[in-house]
Design a protein around this ligand. Structure first.
Ligand SMILES: [Fe+2]
Length: 357
């Protein structure tokens, strides 16, 4: 692959120039237990029962198929706005040269994409917000400024292999964040998408205790990764979970469906192999009460400068200031504002953490 995303030290937003992972992380915290206690005996009579049992759940029909198509069309238009010759009907243009710079063949975080109007419209879809309100038992939520995924099937210019990981640092224990994605296109067995190790969230502590105590300890993440909420699993790790009853599942979804997963869950995104382009918006919300002033201040700066974050809404805020790199240089299409800015409604400002409830 000739194009990659790398880090530069140039900032435009008033953040300190990044020196290391610690300096790039605002509101860093490493809790050791659930931030909210859920009574294991509660029966909710809805998707929450499956979520609390398995650490993940697919929720059907969160938006209508028509609304999902609106978002898929918006995403295509966003790719075309770069004027790199991308044509959704011509697979010969489904290459890096004709597309903005992405991560893992389809995840977009740069170019202020995380603040495009379509991203904020998705975050404020009434039933999307309702999912997180129900989950956390509060209406006072903040959301992450996370990316979207637009993956073309059968790309010849990508070398890809599965990258099972979890997005919660092993030093943090308990249920801290619950990630989600809103799906816009038909997503069957050949259409790539989210792979989840069902049941792995509950084994998080046991797994990392075993990792520390076993001969595997040399695989432990290096200390500089402490502030990165990422742990990559090996083949051997996958087996460890499978031997304990977990199952790697492919989330098949229809347009308008939503999937939620506890951030301790092992997962990765598979590239599509059929004919269908994959269209997804990653969405994550947690209670505002989880955030401290440093995290809220960092979110405000991110929002005011159209900078993204990881999926964590309330802590370990890592502004994604890395500029998209194309053939060793900053992509000529680099931009620091959305093509279409969001409407700054009360709800948007509150979810962004800029305004209090
Ligand atoms: Fe992830």
């Amino acid at each position: 692959m000739s194009t990659t995303t790398t880090t530069t030290t140039t900032t435009t937003s008033g953040f300190e120039a990044p020196k290391g992972n610690k300096d790039r992380t605002f509101g860093a915290r490493f809790e050791t237990k659930d931030l909210i206690s859920f009574d294991e005996n509660t029966v909710y009579g809805d998707w929450r029962d499956e979520f609390h049992k398995n650490g993940c759940v697919i929720i059907k029909n969160v938006i209508s198929p028509e609304r999902a198509k609106y978002y898929a069309d918006k995403q295509i238009q966003w790719l075309k706005n770069f004027e790199l010759g991308f044509d959704e009907n011509d697979p010969s243009t489904w290459t890096a040269d004709h597309l903005p710079i992405s991560f893992k063949g389809g995840m977009y975080f740069a170019y202020a994409s995380t603040h495009e109007k379509m991203a904020w419209e998705a975050r404020t879809e009434p039933k999307v917000v309702e999912i997180f309100e129900k989950l956390w038992g509060t209406k006072e939520l903040i959301c992450s400024f996370d990316g979207m995924n637009i993956s073309m099937p059968n790309r010849k210019d990508l070398n890809w292999s599965p990258w099972p990981h979890c997005d919660q640092n092993p030093e943090r224990k308990g249920m801290q964040a619950v990630q989600g994605l809103l799906n816009y296109a038909p997503n069957g067995p050949n259409d790539g998408g989210l792979m989840l190790m069902r049941g792995s969230a509950k084994l998080f502590n046991e797994f990392f205790a075993h990792k520390r105590d076993s001969a595997d300890h040399e695989d432990a993440p290096p200390p500089e990764l402490k502030y990165m909420d990422l742990f990559l699993f090996s083949e051997k790790d996958i087996k460890w979970f499978e031997e304990r009853g977990c199952e790697m599942i492919k989330c098949n979804m229809e347009p308008g469906d939503f999937v939620l997963w506890d951030s301790r869950t092992m997962h990765y995104a598979r590239l599509p192999e059929g004919n269908q382009i994959r269209h997804v918006q990653y969405i994550c919300m947690t209670p505002r009460a989880f955030a401290n002033d440093e995290a809220l201040e960092a979110k405000k700066k991110c929002f005011e400068n159209w900078i993204g974050t990881t999926h964590w809404p309330h802590c370990n805020i890592r502004p994604t200031e890395d500029k998209p790199m194309r053939n060793g240089k900053i992509c000529p299409k680099y931009r620091s504002e959305p093509f279409e800015k969001p409407e700054l409604t009360e709800q948007v400002l509150r979810l962004a953490g800029v305004k209090s409830y």
